[in-house]
Each structure stands twice: as structure tokens, then as C-alpha cells.
Design a protein around this ligand. Sequence first.
Ligand code: THU
Length: 139
Amino acid sequence: MSDPAVKELVAAAREARAQAYARYSGYTVGAAIRAASGKIYAGCNVENAAYPLSQCAEANAVAAMVLGGDQEIAAVAVVGPGGEAPCTPCGGCRQMLAEFSDAGVMVHICGPDDSIAEEALGDLIPHAFGPKNLDKAED
Ligand code: THU
């Protein structure tokens, strides 16, 4: 992970992870999105006593991005607890990210210390259902 832009994005995700409210699972996650504008938006997971209402870090980062006026994702970083199974975005988050991403958008998947995996979003969610399916593509 020598690219300073990636380092910056991962640092933002790590900072967000420190704020996670993971009272029930204890599994803290931070996510950061670099928008095409260059701005960085972050989110952490926020759990709820009504478990299904819990929100993932990536989904909250997407919400922050839209609120901030951006709708095009350039890169994503996710920081989880690490270990043998790194925190790859869950299926719902892949779909949320795909709404605003090209298939080539890189997702940097990290543990607490350093980058451990990089995947293109198109590999994480091939043939994603999206605006094009609803004749809403911007072209
Ligand atoms: N979680 C995320 O925030 N992002 C993911 O992509 C996977 C899971 C959160 C949801 C829940 O608060 C905790 O991790 C355990 O599933």
C-alpha cells in the first residue's frame, strides 16, 4: 500500500472504524469513499437493539457522500477487525456501492494494520443490477 491516495483513504476508514457503534456484535467496521470530485466520505457501522435495523459502514459512507453532493465513486476502503476472513463488503453493501461505481472501482479491504486485499467492485458484484436495468443510465 504505497500509493499515498490509498493510504489517505484507508486512514479515513480506520478513523471512522474508531467511531463504530457495534454494541451487539463487537465487530467494528469503518469505510471511506473517494468521490470523483476528490472528496472523501466516511462511515462506520451503527447497530441497533432491533438487530435488523443495524447499518453497515459502507452504506453510511454512501449516505454521507450523497448528502455531500457527490454521486460518483472513484475508490473505496473498508477496515474491519482483520484476521483470517477480512471484512469484504456484504452483499447489500456491494449493491449500494455499485449504484454509484463503475466495475473498475477498486475496493481496498484492510485489517487494523495494513492493506490486505484489493478487489475491483465488478469482481465483487458481477452483473450488478443497476440504473441501466431501469432505463435510468446517464450516458
Ligand atoms: N458490517 C459492515 O459494517 N460492513 C460489512 O460489509 C459487513 C458487516 C457490520 C454490520 C454489523 O454491524 C457487523 O459488521 C457484524 O455483521
